[in-house]
Ligand binder design. Structure first.
Ligand code: NAD
Length: 482
């Protein structure tokens, strides 16, 4: 099937979408022979132009009254809300998700922008002390030009998680999208930029070299990054020469701990979607499931029965429960992990069905898998799968499972499943993670009032709410002696 209109996106610098001379094709991960966008190939010069545009726009945006900035950001939120229906299908053809997942990305992006903007005025009010000795004012001021670097899995909300606190507090922004999902996001940001003053929001495309040029640019004072740990290590290195502030949202290997009093049906209803939504390619997806040994077989059978209902196909096919993996590297990584699991003592079960068997090899499709009878130390349990496979691990007592849940270099999300709220809270408090959800672990678990981020190698800093706004300001302390 050939597509008729292929969007071509350039860099967005100072309000202008440039017509790039050098472009690369973006392919549909569910129909590998289809080009779905053409995107500019960036250079360090493009980065420099974008950063300078953001730097030029900074003083006026910083000095714009917070009320006015909030008004403009609320208009930007309306733009995102109003663009989902038109742009979500394009996003599906780039990131491989199903339509409701792409629409959810726009919906979450709208909500996060509205919520963050609604907090800004109160957040920016100076903290003042006036006594006999002195007058003190502690002011929260923007850092300057912020850089945002995002992956392909949920590009809209992951962008907004940086754009919203950056712009609400008076910074200007240069964003680098993922080369695997650049077009729908750029078309959206072109509309968002149009309701903001020129140069406040800029976009530059490219791969690692462009990311490095951005994170090492002397005029960039802040980097908000979401992606993998090994890329984050490069970001830390390249930003170190000019001592930039960083927020890093990295991978996860989230444990879900089922306690012995959990309601089996209610748990499965919510937990299964926490594993397979976005084909498992969510940083805080359920990635290891621990079940009391006495209930293990019953749980594993019921889990597999539900997963077997899934149909895997193209994201625009309404029959599809989930779509293909996003790219070749991810596809090969998941297939390799499945091979290693198949050749281990675990029992790897392949489930579900193919929506379009004839088109199966023309995409990065993988059926849902469940790894049963897995050791806690097995690769399928210790590595971030980022694909449609999850290990089910039997445990003997609470001390053991708590140790296993915390035995990871990651610490992003986690969950505990129980019918006793007090027991759930007590167990949650002992888990080492940025977030612990009780009786939930998927998109619906998120609330912008809860700071989101990781501990250990899952990251530095938080997004959402006042904690997220704090990442984009400096505290300026002023004191007058009387
Ligand atoms: P990635 O690290 O490969 O890429 C992320 C972004 O970094 C892309 O835009 C990429 O082009 C850019 N990049 C690559 N090299 C760079 C460099 N040297 N300097 C600066 N930028 C560079 O990650 P990915 O494959 O796109 O996404 C998957 C990873 O992201 C997974 O590990 C996943 O867990 C993580 N993730 C985390 C969160 C979170 O909020 N914690 C959310 C989604 C994904």
């Amino acid at each position: 099937m050939t597509q008729t209109t292929v969007p071509q996106v350039g860099h967005l610098i100072a309000g202008e979408m440039s017509a790039a001379s050098d472009v690369r094709d973006v392919f549909d991960p569910g129909r590998l022979d289809e080009v779905v966008a053409r995107v500019a190939v960036g250079t360090a010069d493009d980065v420099d132009r974008a950063v300078r545009a953001a730097h030029a726009a900074f003083p006026a945006w910083r000095d714009t009254a917070p009320t006015e900035r909030v008004r403009l950001l609320m208009a930007a939120a309306d733009v995102i809300a109003g663009s989902g229906e038109e742009l979500a299908p394009q996003l599906v053809r780039e990131h491989g998700g199903v339509l409701w997942e792409a629409q959810t990305d726009f919906g979450l992006g709208t909500g996060v922008l509205q919520h963050t903007a609604s907090l800004a005025e109160e957040f920016l009010r100076p903290l003042q002390f006036d006594d006999e000795q002195s007058f003190i004012s502690v002011e929260r001021v923007p850092r300057g030009v912020a850089a945002a670097i995002v992956p392909w899995n949920m590009p809209v909300v992951l962008t907004v998680m940086k754009l919203a606190p950056a712009l609400a507090t008076g910074n200007t922004l240069v964003l680098k999208p993922s080369p695997f999902a650049p077009a729908a996001l750029t078309l959206l940001l072109q509309r968002v930029a149009a309701v903001l003053p020129t140069g406040v929001l800029n976009v530059v495309h490219g791969e690692g070299d462009v990311g490095a040029a951005l994170t090492s640019h002397p005029l960039v004072r802040k980097v908000g990054f979401t992606g993998g740990i090994s890329t984050a290590q490069k970001v830390v290195q390249s930003s170190s020469s000019t001592i930039k502030n960083l927020t890093l949202e990295l991978g996860g290997n989230d444990p879900a701990v089922v306690l012995d009093d959990a309601d089996l049906d209610a748990t499965l209803d919510r937990m299964v979607k926490g594993v397979y939504t976005r084909t498992g390619q969510i940083c805080f997806a359920v990635k290891r499931i621990y079940v009391p040994r006495a209930q293990y077989d019953r749980f594993a059978d019921a889990f597999c029965e539900r997963v077997d209902q899934y149909a895997v196909g193209h994201g625009l096919d309404p029959e599809s429960s989930f779509g293909p993996l996003n790219n070749e590297a991810q596809y090969k990584k998941v297939l390799d992990l499945l091979d290693r699991t198949r050749n281990s003592s675990a029992k790897l079960v392949q489930l579900g069905r193919k929506v379009d068997p004839a088109g199966w090899d023309n995409g990065y499709y993988v059926l849902p898998h469940v790894a049963r009878d897995v050791e806690h130390t097995a690769p399928v349990s210790c590595e971030e799968q980022f694909g449609p496979v999850v290990p089910l691990i039997a445990y003997d007592d609470e001390q053991q499972v708590l140790g296993w849940a915390n035995d990871s270099d990651y610490g992003l999300g986690s969950s505990v499943w129980t019918s006793d709220p007090e027991r759930g809270l007590a167990f949650a408090r002992k888990i080492e993670a940025g977030s612990t959800f009780i009786n939930t672990h998927s998109f619906e678990s998120l609330d912008p009032r809860m700071p989101f981020g990781g501990i250990k190698q899952s990251g530095i800093g938080r997004e959402f709410g006042d904690a997220g706004l704090s990442e984009y300001v400096e505290e300026h302390s002023i004191r007058r002696l009387k």
